[in-house]
Design a protein around this ligand. Sequence first.
Ligand code: NAI
Length: 329
Amino acid sequence: MKTAFYSTRKFERDFLLQAAGDQHELVLLEPALSLATAPLAAGCEAVCIFVNDDGSAPVLEKLAALGVKYLALRSAGFNHVDIQAAHALGMRIARVPEYSPYAVAEHTVALILALNRKLVRAHNRIRDLNFSLDGLTGFDLHGKTVGIIGMGKIGKLVGHIMRGFGCQIIAFDRYPDNEWAKANDATYVSIDELCSRSDIISLHAPLMPETEYIINKESIARMKKGVMLINTSRGRLINTLDVTEGLKSGQIGYLGLDVYEEERGLFFEDHSSDIVQDDVISRLITFANVLITSHQAFLTDTALKNIAATTMYNLDCFVKGEKGVNELT
Ligand code: NAI
């Protein structure tokens, strides 16, 4: 079976080709899936996409008209795909529900450490032979309160690692896992209490109507002055304009982002020769206490290997006419 892989980059191609072996015919495409690029899937029965591809109804209709019957997501999140529209078109969808929660949790902690101890600033200074320490003061993580919104696989790992630093863990989740909390010295609280008590807030809930802009003007006003806010989940969990205001007033003391609500078309691409038209991210980049990575929290060799292997498993299920365990219903 021939599958069109959209948004493929150098960093993942070898993993995909190796996992495919000679069982699958892959068409590795660099462009993201959109209305304009959908025709590139002509002749393919399946399409494989990543987080910033457009899986909206009009695009799916175009794919279905080309004869595409299967959509394999190389991601856990599926907020970028209109599942109902796909099913109405008779298209089946599978995702990679878990590839390495460790990768994302560890990157989250890397952002916390780098922001707190101002590692990027220190490194840039040293390259300029400036060995002064002024402006580089951090804080002890030991004894601080870390609030985790969305205590699932990744949130729990972040809690576990931060517990190792001597932090107190509080969490907000729609479905509290009290057994885990008891075993790991964590406490579930309301979202308001989490905001008002945390020194560091880390977001690990999926993007859905209930979590969209869960961080906004009102929740920021409840936070401790100088709070550290980390988002490695999905950009639209935070209202970026409200967060920018929070940074300007000093209410937010540190911001670490791996995701951004307008990241599509921006992240994963080299825009170094372009005039960036997005004033919101341009402003964020000017703050010394903001650290942004380009949706790379998943990017470890273990995760890439697992994504490739599970994707091929999902495609195999389709070829064999089986309903695989990763299919979205
Ligand atoms: P998970 O499904 O194991 O955990 C999500 C948790 O959020 C669950 O405990 C769930 O009960 C909770 N939740 C759901 N709705 C909620 C609500 N309305 N309010 C509060 N909590 C709610 O997912 P996992 O694997 O931990 O991933 C979390 C998120 O991380 C994903 O949804 C995805 O957006 C993001 N992610 C980011 C990556 C990156 O590279 N930056 C890579 C992989 C995932």
